[in-house]
Design a protein. Structure first.
Length: 190
């Protein structure tokens, strides 16, 4: 008699965002950790706060209200030293308004910057957030074809921007936060 082994299944996990690029990267990363991530496309209101974590937690609650399934959201920001951390929590708005060329005009000789990612999980009972960062510098010109700030962010120890790197997904702020999330999630729910 053939015995079929049924592996326990994690329940559906959604990534709620208006930004398909964030989802595509998150999906690829979580696939590697054996977690199947689905897309829940939606526009979430961003509360005004200096804390990415507060923004992410609020977005996770809104997302759960809409999709009624365990959900992940991500809030990111690029923090530029010479601009005292600007655009930080306003990165999305600043990208849509002045874009990469506008940022390049603002940055002076000190080009240090960091990308921060907060991944926030919410399933009505549990709320957990995971934070990571990648240090780097702002390039002098727009280099490579990529989304968001990828063409102007050069991670430490590299000479190329995120947009020019093949291994962005192995070193990014998103990868690091999702790695922390995965080890927590797999321990908790498997
Ligand atoms: P949500 O609907 O998920 O909020 P969003 O694009 O508004 O999507 P954020 O509020 O997290 O996302 O915005 C941060 C901005 O920072 C985002 O719009 C991008 O322009 C930029 N960004 C975040 N992660 C990035 C990455 O890995 N590479 C390039 N740009 C990135």
């Amino acid at each position: 008699m053939k015995v079929e082994v049924v592996m326990p299944q994690l329940s559906d996990l959604f990534f709620a965002s208006s930004n398909i690029n964030k989802y595509k990267e998150a999906k690829k990363i979580l696939d590697e950790f054996g977690i199947n991530l689905k897309f829940f496309k939606c526009d979430l209101l961003e509360i005004q706060s200096n804390s990415l974590k507060e923004i992410a937690k609020n977005k996770a609650e809104q997302a759960f209200q809409q999709c009624k399934k365990p959900v992940l959201v991500e809030d990111d920001g690029i923090f530029i030293d010479s601009l005292k951390g600007f655009p930080g929590p306003y990165s999305s708005y600043v990208f849509k308004t002045i874009g990469n060329k506008g940022i390049l005009k603002l940055v002076n000789q000190n080009r240090r910057a960091k990308f921060v990612s907060i991944i926030s999980f919410y399933d009505k009972k549990i709320h957990e957030s995971f934070e990571s960062k990648v240090n780097g510098i702002i390039s002098k010109t727009v280099n490579g074809i990529g989304w968001g700030y990828d063409p102007i962010f050069i991670p430490s120890k590299s000479k190329r921007t995120f947009a020019q790197l093949k291994n962005k997904n192995e070193i990014s702020h998103r990868y690091k936060s999702l790695k922390k999330f995965s080890s927590w999630y797999l321990r908790k729910f498997e």
